[in-house]
Design a protein. Structure first.
Length: 283
């Protein structure tokens, strides 16, 4: 297929593009003109489109002739909370532009990268959180994702919405300060490579239509925030400490049975993830 990936030069996007190319697809990579396209420039069957997601003409050019679209371009936390107007313009108006451009050109199905933030704070409820849970905005990012989902759901396109939990990669990283959860809070994150697998599988499943799925690590990733942080620092081989939120963040444990059945993406258990970190920092 010919597949559009918005935000395709970013860290996650470039991995999605690479995986799609390896599976024989031709990829339209759309991203801002000033970003580093070197991760995708040398890949075969890649056509680079430089532009901004808030410019309808730029988006339409990238959408023309595609068989499927994966929409990743967005402003993420913590940057999303610093400028509400820009975040809503990119995350919401940008999504509307992608929807309209696809409707005007190829009518290709759309995979939207959304977020579990749309559920709000759920720690007072019984887990796991399902996709039937009502949505509620507790910050600018969640608001933007709710409105982006509404733009997709209100379109004529076939769509798959992936509500993705916090993504962690087995690479050197620092926790933000504060981390976006309480010490005793239920959290369930997901390995970056598994998110790539889920996005690629969703793009390739042309039979899928008008579906919302939770994307998270699975049972082995279900723990408290303090447990998660402690095991990560143990894998680093250091005695680290972080500042936690005083109140609940929007992470929780999720029902991922449907997404795993459809996409077969949960390939990295939490133990495997921490072993990768340990190997990285102790060789």
């Amino acid at each position: 297929m010919k597949i559009l990936v918005t935000g395709g030069a970013g860290k996650l996007g470039a991995l999605v593009v690479e995986a799609l190319v390896q599976r024989g697809h031709h990829v339209h990579v759309f991203d801002l003109p000033h970003v580093d396209f070197s991760p995708v420039n040398t890949l075969p069957h890649v056509h680079v489109f430089k532009g901004t997601i808030v410019d309808r003409d730029h988006v339409t050019a990238a959408c023309d002739g595609v068989d499927e679209a994966v929409h990743l371009a967005a402003i993420l936390p913590p940057y999303s909370e610093r400028d509400a107007e820009t975040t809503l313009q990119v995350n919401v108006t940008g999504t509307r532009n992608v929807v309209q451009a696809l409707e005007d050109t190829s009518a290709a199905p759309l995979v939207l990268s959304s977020s579990v933030s749309v559920y709000g704070s759920t720690q007072d409820e019984d887990p796991p959180i399902t996709t039937k849970h009502p949505v509620t905005a507790t910050d600018i990012y969640a608001q933007s994702k709710i409105l982006a989902e509404e733009a997709v759901q209100g379109s004529s396109l076939r769509y798959t919405i992936l509500r993705i939990s916090g993504i962690y990669a087995a690479v050197p990283f620092e926790f933000p300060s504060p981390v976006q959860f309480r010490a005793a809070q239920r959290v369930e994150f997901v390995a970056r490579e598994d998110v790539v697998t889920a996005l690629v599988a969703a793009a390739e499943d042309t039979s899928q239509g008008n579906t919302i799925l939770n994307i998270a690590g699975g049972r082995s990733w279900q723990m408290t925030g303090e447990h998660f942080v402690g095991d990560v620092f143990a894998a680093f081989g250091v005695d680290g400490a972080v500042d936690y939120l005083p109140d609940d963040g929007y992470f929780d444990w999720y029902d991922t049975h449907a997404s795993q059945r459809c996409l077969r993406y949960q390939q990295t258990s939490f133990v495997r993830f921490t072993k990768k970190l340990s190997t990285l920092f102790n060789t």
